[in-house]
Design a protein around this ligand. Structure first.
Ligand code: C5P
Length: 217
């Protein structure tokens, strides 16, 4: 049998939304479904890589051949991703991680009263930036989901998180972003930009895997 193109490589993919508990009933989260990350994990595994998928809660089936680590909060995702990055060849940061989390979780259901209420939120840790600071020669790729000044924001994240490349998608583009089965992305790295047309998420995943293959060669 022909050797697969990513055989022998260990890669991590983070995917989906994190969930930050307020009390036993309520939480703060976002609209990420995990589709893009799951498509990437499946594509990389299909090319022979040993893939660890660190995932928030989704309704998606685990892609074939992928080792799946389920987490809830940003803090849990941080621990799982940092642990898995040890001994990996690279990571693709696809998860929509909460930027803020309630400073404390009530052990009992918070009862409503007539007035307004205020929940203090604390910054979470940036998983991608942490991996980027210690990546050495390992590969690190990430995503930027933007609504305005897209390219400037993506370029700032590329530098700040020490990504090899970043995949920009804009909520202004029809067919891009949450839930759908298509995406419209621009790859940005230190050499420049490559704008791709609207395509199925699994095709975007294949283009990302092509880029990863080139970098790992
Ligand atoms: O800064 P922003 O959240 O827009 O950056 C997006 C990129 O950083 C994505 O690749 C996302 O998975 C990653 N990220 C992370 N940990 C965080 C926040 C973002 O890994 N706490």
């Amino acid at each position: 049998e022909k050797k697969k193109s990513l055989q022998g490589k260990r890669l991590i993919v983070t995917a989906g939304a994190t969930i930050e508990a307020i009390d036993p009933v309520r939480f703060i989260s976002n609209h990420s479904t995990g589709k893009m990350g799951y498509a990437i994990a499946g594509e990389l595994a299909g090319r022979g890589a040993e893939v660890t998928l660190v995932t928030g809660r989704t309704s998606l089936p685990t892609p074939a051949g992928v080792e799946r680590v389920d987490v809830l909060s940003a803090a849990e995702m941080y621990d799982a991703a940092v642990r898995a990055f040890d001994g990996a060849d690279g990571a693709v940061m696809c998860a929509a991680v909460a930027d803020y989390t309630p400073e404390s979780v009530s052990e009992t259901k918070i009862k409503k009263c007539d007035g307004d209420m205020c929940i203090t939120l604390r910054r979470t840790r940036d998983i991608a930036a942490e991996l980027g600071a210690h990546k050495g020669s390992r590969l690190l790729a990430g995503f930027a989901l933007e609504t305005h000044d897209e390219e400037a924001h993506a370029e700032a994240k590329l530098a700040k998180k020490n990504f090899d490349f970043i995949v920009l998608n804009s909520l202004r583009d029809a067919g891009a972003g949450f839930r759908g089965d298509t995406n419209k992305v621009t790859f940005i790295d230190r050499a420049g930009r490559e704008e791709l047309p609207l395509m199925p998420k699994r095709e975007v995943a294949a283009r990302i895997a092509d880029k990863i293959e080139k970098i790992l060669k």
